[in-house]
Design a binder for this molecule. Structure first.
Ligand SMILES: NC(=O)c1ccc[n+]([C@@H]2O[C@H](COP(=O)([O-])OP(=O)(O)OC[C@H]3O[C@@H](n4cnc5c(N)ncnc54)[C@H](OP(=O)(O)O)[C@@H]3O)[C@@H](O)[C@H]2O)c1
Length: 216
């Protein structure tokens, strides 16, 4: 059984991923800077009937088999850098988008290495980085009755790691894995989230990505 630790797991994105992965059979640890906040967050989900979720400090979440980075973009590098030794040799999924709000739009922010996945990879040279979950609306992820039926675009320079994440995604209700390719796609995948959120703001919606023309 895969255990998944989510750094910054108390936010909407982390909770949404946790609910979905737990409903697919993973044991999930919501990580936080504050273990008590994470425990309270996990208990609230368990009280809603979602099993397999516990809360802990980010340091404890980092002990899991597979790690998801779900902090705001401007704290992701500091968060993973502090956990570099625990994350050594592990697959780390980066779902972080660098974005800025401008009026009714989100615009992409390009960090020095072009993408947040690349920033995290540079901070964790002994870990394997996979990008996934960027375009998923957290509200629909957390609600198992939302009818979510989304494609999850996955990229990594490590074939075995992206295959592993794809299998995890395909075992998760409402999600379908689409391996796009290598880390060179990271900035395009992350920047497209600005398009998705801008559409959602303009149309007062929670739209998500479904790619036509692929076998499911
Ligand atoms: N929201 C979405 O629909 C969505 C969808 C796909 C991807 N994403 C991406 O997922 C990430 C998280 O999104 P979110 O909406 O959940 O964000 P968020 O609520 O702003 O932050 C998530 C968690 O990160 C922790 N955090 C906040 N500031 C921090 C800091 N300075 N240092 C370390 N940890 C900090 C907090 O947990 P503690 O206070 O408990 O430590 C917070 O609950 C973002 O990078 C976003 O681009 C979001």
């Amino acid at each position: 059984m895969t255990t998944v630790g989510i750094l910054g797991g108390t936010g909407p994105a982390g909770r949404g991923v946790a609910v979905r992965l737990a409903s697919g059979g993973c044991d999930v640890v919501l990580g936080s800077r504050d273990a008590e906040r994470a425990q309270a967050c996990a208990q609230a989900l368990v009280a809603r009937g979602i099993d397999r979720i516990t809360g802990a400090a980010n340091e404890a979440a980092a002990e899991c088999d597979l790690i998801v980075v779900a902090t705001p973009w401007d704290s992701a590098v500091a968060t993973v850098s502090a956990l570099r030794s625990q994350l050594k040799g592990k697959t780390v999924i980066c779902m972080v988008n660098a974005l800025a709000r401008e009026g009714r739009e989100m615009i992409p922010v390009y960090p020095p290495r072009g993408s947040m996945a690349a920033q995290v990879a540079f901070a964790l040279p002994e870990s394997v980085i996979v990008g996934a979950f960027h375009h998923l609306p957290a509200a629909l992820m957390e609600d198992l009755d939302s009818g979510l039926d989304a494609d999850v675009v996955i990229f990594s320079d490590h074939d075995a790691a992206r295959q592993r994440v794809a299998e995890l995604v395909d075992a998760t209700p409402g999600l379908h894995a689409v391996i796009a390719g290598s880390m060179s796609l990271a900035s395009a995948v992350e920047a497209f989230t600005a398009v998705c959120i801008s559409i959602n703001i303009r149309h007062k919606a929670h739209s998500y990505v479904m790619l036509a023309g692929l076998a499911r």
